[in-house]
Design a protein around this ligand. Structure first.
Ligand SMILES: [Zn+2]
Ligand SMILES: [Zn+2]
Length: 318
């Protein structure tokens, strides 16, 4: 099979021919139909999140057909847990100390075939194009978890309007919230994209929103946005940090956090997040904006993501 393989930090993925993997006990052999590209893949390439045992096939937003039979499944970032630690037993398997992650610890979906632990795969309906569904599996799922951590905010800010934010915005608007979209300064194209999805307001991150926010999520991996977003929060507001990696947070006056503002991060996902969100998404309905690339052009997709050259999500198709 054809695969795009991570070999070392700072190097592009390498196109390779590999044996089709074999499913072990409890695993599914999956013919990949589409695999979403995630900012986490950039963090892996850059060494900000480590791949402990390269070479590794990246990709953790996989839609494919399980063989034999061809039923459509989704494979997310959470690929395996021990099921036994204090976090797993307490309903927080996303924090399992022994967790293995798809496309980091286990070969992922930037290939024609993959295998995955059946217990961590989601059943998907066959009625939607695979490339439209793939971004739901991380951008959507982690975004949904981040949104739930915001509580019930009438006014929600989203900093960094990429794959996750464009999905979360649709869910939040459907829930009746006002959504304020923040982009990099000068990124008029993304602001227009956000307005096209119906957000209440779109502007750049250096400008204050027209009203204080009850909650905000930062998806951009930029720690300097933390005091910026806190400044935009009303009293008692919650700020959720949605990424797996962020540049260092700057020093800031306590005043920004006082009045019971909360800052918290989101790590990974639980299977329950996935079940809830995949049930909710068609009811909204969430419509993803996708930019598809042939598998061989994975490096181009990653560079376009890094440079912010498209709106929505990038998806690889074998
Ligand atoms: Zn565990
Ligand atoms: Zn991801």
């Amino acid at each position: 099979m054809r695969a795009m393989v991570f070999e070392q930090v700072g190097r592009p993925l390498v196109a390779a021919e590999r044996e089709i993997p074999r499913a072990g006990p409890g695993q599914l052999l999956i013919e990949v139909r589409a695999c979403g590209v995630c900012r986490t893949d950039l963090h892996l390439l850059d060494g900000e999140v480590s791949v402990d045992h390269p070479p590794r096939i990246l990709g953790h937003q996989i839609v494919g057909a399980a063989q034999p039979g061809g039923r459509i499944v989704g494979v997310p970032w959470l690929g395996w847990t021990d099921g036994d630690c204090v976090y797993c037993r307490g309903g927080r398997e996303n924090l399992c100390a022994n967790a293995r992650f798809t496309g980091r610890d286990i070969d992922g979906g930037m290939a024609e075939w993959t295998v995955a632990d059946e217990r961590f795969c989601f059943a998907l309906s066959d009625g939607h194009p695979a490339e439209q569904v793939a971004p739901l599996l991380c951008a959507g799922l982690i975004g949904y978890r981040a949104l739930r951590f915001c509580g019930d905010p009438p006014r929600l800010g989203l900093y960094g309007f990429g794959a996750s934010a464009h999905i979360v915005a649709q869910v939040a608007l459907w829930e009746g919230r006002e959504v304020f979209a923040f982009t990099r300064p000068g990124d008029e194209r993304t602001q227009a994209f956000a307005r096209g999805l119906g957000v209440t307001w779109a502007g750049h991150s250096a400008e204050p929103p027209p009203e204080p926010l009850d909650a905000a999520i930062i998806f951009a991996p930029d720690g300097a946005l933390v005091p910026v977003a806190l400044r935009a929060l009303a009293r008692g507001g919650t700020l959720v940090l949605g990424g797996i990696h962020m540049s260092d947070l700057p020093s800031m006056p306590y005043e920004l956090l006082w009045e019971e503002r909360v800052v918290r991060s989101v790590a990974n996902l639980t299977r329950r997040d996935g079940e809830e969100f995949l049930e909710l998404a068609p009811r909204v309905p969430v419509r993803t904006t996708v930019n598809t690339y042939p598998l061989e052009r994975a490096n181009e997709a990653l560079q376009d993501l890094r440079a912010g050259r498209f709106s929505g999500a990038a998806v690889l198709v074998p």
